[in-house]
Write a protein that binds this ligand. Structure first.
Ligand SMILES: Nc1ncnc2c1ncn2[C@@H]1O[C@H](COP(=O)(O)OP(=O)(O)O)[C@@H](O)[C@H]1O
Ligand SMILES: [Mg+2]
Length: 283
């Protein structure tokens, strides 16, 4: 480790044929920092993460770890460099035990040669211990993952990445399918990973989930970075506006109002049938 960002993307361009998915995006994340990557559908979030995790190669631009340029030729290669990605749709087998899911083929072994076998006792102990460290009480290490809540399942994947030495943790929409309470379980753990010095990239389109844990925000819009903002510089509402192009919606609304005014009330059929203020909005 040196004083440089744990990971830095410089001017990343990614095209698919004539589709420009990323048009020169730069972003850097330090150890002990949670960077929220925000953007609407199609903004380029997944593509950026695929570049970072070795799934696709950038058309141009650089990836640097602690200031040193790297090139990943596969997801495994990125993993070897300490980059762990927890995908939104987890490759979790619901019938597999918590322990098996935690190790996914990397179980500790005892003995050697033909006598080498999995040390399942140690594996169970480690899995329960690690989950316990993040406040999740796994009563039975052989319990099927499918019996855990959605938030707890995400945490199996996150704690696994941390346990196996990830330095950069990429979470792709970890809270998208979760309710408030379940999201809370995950967010608490993200804060813990940050406290342990990991550099966390938290991808979401839900500003309300991102805001409490974020140190900074990078906002993507149509393949272009709208900039990186420290939390102290922006309010939740400002982040929301920059992300979703609310200014554009405001402008559209104004335009429509003017349009209606020019045409006169008579030109808006049923205008008088609108419910008076304060009514008809009980949804
Ligand atoms: N394999 C691909 N081939 C062609 N176009 C793609 C491919 N992957 C992504 N894109 C396009 O790149 C843009 C960004 O996509 P993506 O990174 O998935 O956005 P996000 O994750 O923010 O929703 C979209 O316009 C998408 O259609
Ligand atoms: Mg995506």
């Amino acid at each position: 480790m040196n004083g440089r960002p744990a990971v830095e993307l410089r001017d990343i361009v990614k095209t698919y044929g004539r589709v420009v998915a990323l048009n020169g995006v730069s972003m850097s994340v330090r150890n002990g920092e949670v960077m929220c990557l925000l953007g609407d559908n199609g903004a380029g979030k997944s593509t950026l993460i695929k570049v970072l995790s070795g799934v696709v190669e950038a058309t141009s631009g650089k990836v640097l770890l602690h200031g040193r340029e790297v090139r990943f030729d596969s997801p495994r290669d990125a993993q070897r460099h300490g980059i762990a990605t927890v995908h939104q749709h987890l490759a979790v087998q619901p019938l597999m035990s918590v322990t098996r899911n935690f190790f996914l083929g990397r179980e500790p072994t005892v003995g050697w040669g033909p006598l080498k076998r999995l040390d399942m006792a140690t594996a169970r102990r480690v899995a329960v211990e690690q989950m316990g460290n993040m406040g999740i009480d796994v009563r039975d290490a052989d319990q099927a993952v499918g019996t855990l809540s959605g938030g707890e399942r995400q945490c199996v994947a996150i704690s696994r990445a941390v346990y196996f030495g990830a330095e950069v943790l990429i979470l792709d929409e970890p809270t998208a399918a979760l309710g408030v309470r379940q999201a809370g379980i995950v967010l608490r753990y993200v804060a813990q990973a940050r406290a342990q010095g990991l550099a966390v990239i938290f991808i979401t389109h839900n500003v309300h989930h991102a805001y409490p844990v974020a140190d900074a925000f990078t906002i993507l819009r149509r393949g272009t970075s709208y900039g990186t903002f420290q939390k102290a510089e922006v309010s939740r509402e400002e982040v929301l506006a920059m992300m979703s192009g609310t200014e554009e919606l405001d402008a559209l609304e104004q335009e429509l109002e003017e349009f209606a005014r020019e045409d006169g009330a008579a030109a808006v059929p049923g205008a008088s049938a609108l419910p008076p203020e304060g009514q008809g909005r009980d949804g």
